[in-house]
Design a protein around this ligand. Structure first.
Ligand code: SAM
Length: 302
């Protein structure tokens, strides 16, 4: 039974890292007129209310995206993400990954969303029936520019198994499990290795939590992906894999009553040209603005 609800965490430091990186990847795909395919395997509800009492209870958006919205300046690399958040915040909302994808993608692009939670999937279906709030700034001429998503009430891992490789071969997989079970670590690694074997040119971005008590599971996840991508190299050609990690607290056993999530990371297979350089600007900025104990690193796994 799934109990995780993203409404408690929307717009927190992990979302800022994940969604800031997602926008950079989408921008790189949008540079060409040629259409692309995007999969959001763990889509959540789509968009979240900033005044939701669950979010007020955790205070996570206040320590996350709200700090960016209040900043005097943001690096050019984060402008599009922050501007999108500003548009949503004007309506008391925060855009989740499906909404970010819909807002930036075009009618010719293909978007696949999957969500397993019985309540979240219904909210997601309702969200994507409305035009994205980003449409407010459009002229009538481009009011139909958004993609029409395919929404599935299924496991994201099953979606990848069934739909990869996509017909339109340029593109991206975003995998953002809730890591409620040990199985999420092994299933996410196995699903991405398999997806990479079938679609070795796809960009694959996996979000992961930094939790002191789960460090072994994370090490194993990275080792499985590294091994899978390396072993495919002889047949399919080289793919690089990078990890970008943003910490908001020291890496140690948390004090009782303090959050266990001390940071998070994005593992990216086939990162687009210049993404690493862009993250080298974005991460120090975020670590500085989000926490006095902030820290960051970018590593190469392959
Ligand atoms: N990606 C969303 C965003 O950034 O706005 C947040 C997603 S939240 C971290 C993870 C979601 O995955 C939850 O809504 C949960 O119900 C859903 N979930 C859990 N296991 C799943 C699975 N195997 N397949 C699809 N969704 C799943």
């Amino acid at each position: 039974m799934l109990s995780y609800r993203h409404a408690f965490h929307a717009g927190n430091h992990a979302d800022v890292l994940k969604h800031g990186t997602l926008v950079l990847i989408l921008e790189s795909l949008l540079k060409k007129d040629k259409p692309f395919t995007a999969f959001d395997t763990h889509a959540g509800a789509g968009a979240y209310r900033l005044d939701d009492e669950r979010l007020a209870q955790t205070g996570e958006a206040a320590r996350g995206v709200q700090r960016l919205l209040a900043a005097d300046s943001v690096p050019a690399e984060l402008e599009r993400y922050v501007n999108l958040c500003r548009t949503y915040a004007a309506h008391g909302m925060y855009p989740g990954s499906p909404e970010i994808m819909r807002s930036l993608m075009r009618r010719t692009d293909k978007l696949f969303l999957s969500e397993l939670h019985t309540t979240e999937i219904e909210v997601l279906k309702g969200t994507v029936q409305c035009r994205p709030l980003a449409a407010e700034t459009d002229t009538a001429a481009d009011s139909d520019r958004f993609p029409i998503p395919t929404v599935r009430h299924t496991s994201g891992f099953a979606l990848l198994n069934a739909a990869v490789p996509p017909l339109v071969k340029r593109g991206l997989i975003l995998t953002d499990p809730s890591y409620e079970t040990d199985g999420d670590y092994t299933d996410a690694a196995a699903a991405l290795v398999q997806a990479h074997r079938k679609w070795n040119t796809g960009i694959m971005a996996l979000w992961y939590p930094l939790l002191f008590h789960r460090r072994r599971e994370l090490q194993q996840l990275k080792a499985t992906i590294t091994g899978g991508v390396r072993s495919a190299a002889a047949k399919l050609g080289e793919s690089s894999v990078i990890c970008a990690e943003l910490c908001v607290a020291p890496e140690k056993e948390p004090e009782p009553g303090t959050p266990r999530l001390y940071g998070s990371g994005m593992l990216i297979i086939n990162p687009p040209y210049q993404l690493e350089e862009q993250l080298n600007v974005v991460l120090p900025y975020l670590s500085n603005i989000l926490s006095p104990e902030g820290n960051w690193r970018i590593g190469h796994l392959v």
